[in-house]
Design a binder for this molecule. Structure first.
Ligand SMILES: [Zn+2]
Length: 241
């Protein structure tokens, strides 16, 4: 298994013959509006796609969406919609997003209603874990998507947490399933008001302790942590050695 971060939430997971593009945002630098009304009001994306993105994108066979409605363009923007349509890439999503994505003309392959339980996925299994994309008033206004747990034969298990704070569901998932690798949006992004909409430092520490519990149990060294740049927050990739 190989995971390539393209930019922001956009990654490509290589496993077997498949190349799974997750949450594509493909717009050029500054093509999209700022996410804050106050302060520096930087337009998004704040950096261009890396030149290495093109050959990686050319290999993509499937797309996976964690959430995309209510203006979350950093998980599916206009450039990505156009690209997915032109390539007729199968877009895997929850039933909640299926009609929305169909109306965009995408080649939608929704998971069954029981997606919180393991479902067939490219020769392996996939299931969802609910996200909570902020609490309080901000939480009421947000789109709460899903994370994905992917288990492929002969490959490490992979948890893509999606945009979420650390919830009892996420903690329970870690306890029960102990993924081999996790990709976690982190850094405690906020809007102009309200609390974190993704995990902040203390929650990432708690998540990491949960994720490495098996390493500690089996007296293995803790997993490596890799860091990727992002609009206003960072992605941490953790895995068992
Ligand atoms: Zn989001």
């Amino acid at each position: 298994m190989k995971i390539t971060q393209i930019r922001n939430a956009t990654i490509v997971v290589e496993v077997d013959a498949y190349r799974i593009l997750v949450d594509p945002m493909l717009a050029p630098k500054n093509a999209l509006p700022p996410l804050k009304l106050l302060g520096s009001r930087l337009r998004n994306p704040i950096v261009d796609l890396p030149i290495e993105a093109s050959p990686v994108l050319e290999t993509v066979t499937h797309c996976l969406i964690t959430h995309c409605q209510k203006g979350h363009f950093d998980h599916l923007d206009r450039a990505a919609k156009h690209w997915l349509r032109s390539k007729k890439i199968p877009v895997i999503c929850t039933p909640h997003d299926a009609d929305h994505l169909r109306q965009l003309g995408l080649n939608v392959c929704p998971l069954p209603d029981q997606h919180h339980e393991p479902q067939p996925f490219l020769g392996g299994l996939i299931r969802t874990i609910p996200c909570v994309h902020g609490r309080g008033l901000v939480g009421l206004l947000m789109e709460h998507g899903v994370g994905y747990f992917i288990q492929m034969p002969g490959a490490p298990s992979l948890y893509l947490s999606g945009d979420t704070i650390l919830t009892p569901d996420v903690r329970d998932f870690l306890t029960c399933h102990q993924p081999d690798f996790s990709v976690v949006p982190a850094g405690g992004a906020r809007f102009d008001f309200g609390q974190d909409i993704i995990m902040g430092i203390s929650e990432v520490v708690a998540f990491t302790l949960g994720a490495i519990a098996r390493s500690v149990d089996s007296i293995l060294p803790p997993p490596p942590v890799m860091r990727g740049s992002h609009i206003g927050y960072e992605y941490l990739m953790m895995g068992q050695p």
